[in-house]
Each structure stands twice: as structure tokens, then as C-alpha cells.
Design a protein around this ligand. Structure first.
Ligand SMILES: C[S@@+](CC[C@H](N)C(=O)[O-])C[C@H]1O[C@@H](n2cnc3c(N)ncnc32)[C@H](O)[C@@H]1O
Length: 337
């Protein structure tokens, strides 16, 4: 049975008011299929009954589950390739040479199941190993469910086939049952947290690079503008913003300068005059990272060395983000402040 027009409208408005995204007209079937399992788990005889409960009782935990279930979480490793090429060839080198030895913060602002932030981590270890320890990668999403998967760093073969070379699969993953798990070195480079881009950002640090890819596409114009206004407030002057390949800031926000490099467009906060083009070379080598040894990764063939957190994770305690904590390993005691 398909949901009624009135119920569909109710769910549409709910998703937009809670999370900012718009369900397209005619997606009644999506509401039916996504909310069916929740209705069953809640003991409702139908999706209509579940929606009735939402209408009249509005329990916050149920609203959250329903809205999260309606998100689109499609993602893949190194999605569209070119933004990652741009990051490697232009953005990181420019940031490392502008402020040698200084920490660089990257935010994957709608990270889904983690392929995007983990791609950034792999890129650093593969191509910029001497600077990798300077970079902190933060990853957030609205959905608790996708974040749980992202933190686990476990992926099915079909997900690994999307965007990763066989060399990357061999180097960065270890088999775990029917899945593969990212090696600790890569998992520990990313810090995940739940965050709704439609609500005010509180205690969020300033970023050098923001990946806001394939999420604004689901917002209407006022919604896009308000997300961008929030994000601007946590970008350093001259910071870089990357959108999805079908997204643009044209006609939406004038506070950014569009840059075309490595076959893709990125945006820098500020006018063209205040943003000289990225200076990729030469890159200073940070003092703390002069070793020429390849970075230590998980080695399925031998005993694993005791885990030590890389400096970028240790630095998290300095951030003004008090509730930020590692949730991916329940056995691990919380870090002392
Ligand atoms: C299509 S995925 C994009 C994933 C990744 N950025 C990429 O480009 O492959 C969109 C993600 O945006 C998240 N999302 C939707 N509305 C959001 C909101 N208001 N705040 C934070 N994340 C949101 C969804 O949960 C989903 O995981």
C-alpha cells in the first residue's frame, strides 16, 4: 500500500524542518519502503499508523529515526576522482607551504559511511606521507546508522571495488570474515561525529578544507544558503570548499571565489584579490616527519605493533568540541582530557 498524499506531505515537511533536505514529489514509494521496517519495529500495523504516531505524539527519538531513514547515503571511495587529485596536487601543497609545520584541518561534512574521509586519509598516506601527521580529518553526518558503519571501517567487497585500485585494497585493508576492514593507521586518522548541518554549529573548530559534497543537492535554495552561512563561519580565511560534481555556488553565495584546477572546481572563502592561486611547490618537510621510511600500516602477515595514536588524533583534545569523543571502539576507555 502506498502512503496517502497527506501522509507523504507530512513526512516531507518533517524531513525538511528537521534536516533541511527535500523529498522529491512522487517519492511516496520511498517513504513506504524506508519507513516499513521502522513501523514493524514499533509494533505498528502499517506505515500510515507510524505516521499517525508521529503526527500526534511526535516522540523525538522516533522523529530522528524516521528522518535518518529518509536520507540518501550513496557514496564511494575517491568519488569523481578529480577533487581528490586537486586536493593532492594543489590544495594540500598550498596549505603546507603557506604555513609550514602548522596543523591542517579537513572536514568531511556529510560523510555517509566514511568512504570520503577515508579516501582523504589514504591519499595522504600514499602521496604526502611526510605531511600526513599534520592533518586532522573530521567527519560528520546526520545519520547515526551510517556513522556507526563508518567508525567500524568495515566494507563489503562490492564497496571496495568502487573507487579503489587493487594495490590500495591490498595495502589499506585486512580481511575480516566476509568483509574487509581498514587498517588502524587509516581508521585512526578520521574522527567521526553526528552533526546536523541544518542546526547551528556549536563549538566547531576552524577548518582549512571543507568537503560538502552531494548533500546541498537535496536542499532548497534558502536551505543551501543557511548551510553555507554556517559553514563559512567555521572556515579559515582562504579555506577551500569542495562540492559534488553536479553542485555549484553560482547564484547561491558570492562570498567564495571559484577556482578551476586539476580539471575540477573548488571554492575559496574570500575575493579573488585576497586569494592568490595555490602555490604547490616546493613543499617544506616538517621537522617532526623527516623519516624516509614508508608509513607503518597494518600487516596481516606479522604480529601487529601496539597501537599508538598518531599526533593528529592526540591533538583533538585541544579542540573546542567538548563532546567529540571516539565511539568506534567501545572497549577503549575514553581519552583523558
Ligand atoms: C549522498 S551522501 C554524500 C556522501 C559523500 N559526501 C559523497 O559525496 O560521497 C549525503 C549524506 O548527507 C547526509 N545528510 C543529509 N542531510 C544532512 C544534514 N542536515 N546534516 C548532515 N548530514 C546530512 C546524509 O545522511 C548522507 O549520508
Amino acid at each position: 500500500m502506498t502512503v496517502s498524499t497527506a501522509d507523504f506531505e507530512f513526512v516531507r515537511r518533517l524531513a525538511q524542518s528537521v534536516a533541511g533536505f527535500l523529498l522529491e514529489e512522487g517519492k511516496e514509494y520511498l517513504v513506504e519502503t524506508r519507513l516499513g521496517p521502522i513501523a514493524k519495529a514499533e509494533g505498528c500495523s502499517s506505515v500510515a499508523e507510524l505516521i499517525g504516531r508521529l503526527r500526534w505524539q511526535n516522540p523525538p527519538a522516533l522523529v530522528e529515526r524516521v528522518v535518518e531513514a529518509l536520507t540518501t547515503n550513496e557514496t564511494l571511495f575517491f568519488r569523481d576522482a578529480r577533487p581528490f587529485e586537486h586536493l593532492k596536487r594543489d590544495i594540500f601543497p598550498s596549505l603546507f607551504s603557506r604555513n609550514p609545520g602548522q596543523p591542517v584541518r579537513v572536514w568531511s561534512a556529510a560523510c555517509s559511511t566514511g568512504q570520503e574521509p577515508y579516501s582523504i586519509a589514504m591519499l595522504l598516506v600514499e602521496h604526502l606521507p611526510l605531511h600526513a601527521s599534520l592533518v586532522s580529518i573530521f567527519a560528520t553526518d546526520l545519520s547515526h546508522e551510517v556513522l556507526e558503519r563508518a567508525r567500524a571501517g568495515r566494507f563489503y567487497e562490492s564497496e571496495m571495488q568502487r573507487g579503489l585500485s587493487s594495490e590500495q585494497r591490498r595495502r589499506f585493508f585486512e580481511p575480516v570474515g566476509t568483509e574487509s576492514r581498514l587498517v588502524p593507521r587509516i581508521r585512526e586518522m578520521v574522527e567521526f561525529r553526528q552533526l546536523n548541518l541544518s542546526t547551528p554549529l556549536q563549538n566547531v573548530p576552524l577548518f582549512d578544507v571543507v568537503f560538502l559534497r552531494n548533500v546541498l543537492i537535496y536542499f532548497d535554495l534558502p536551505g543551501k544558503r543557511s548551510v553555507l552561512n554556517r559553514i563559512k563561519n567555521v572556515m579559515k580565511p582562504g579555506a577551500f570548499l569542495l562540492l559534488g560534481s553536479s553542485e555549484t555556488l553560482l547564484g547561491i553565495d558570492d562570498d567564495f571565489t571559484a577556482l578551476r584546477d586539476s580539471g575540477t572546481t573548488s571554492y575559496r572563502l574570500g575575493s579573488a584579490a585576497s586569494n592568490p592561486p595555490p602555490q604547490p611547490a616546493p613543499m617544506p618537510v616538517p621537522k617532526a616527519a623527516t623519516s624516509t621510511k614508508p608509513p607503518q600500516l597494518g600487516n596481516p602477515a606479522g604480529p601487529r605493533k601496539p597501537k599508538s595514536l598518531p599526533p593528529q588524533v592526540a591533538r583533538l583534545k585541544d579542540l573546542q568540541w567538548p563532546e567529540w569523543k571516539r565511539l568506534d571502539d567501545p572497549a577503549k576507555p575514553p581519552k583523558k582530557p
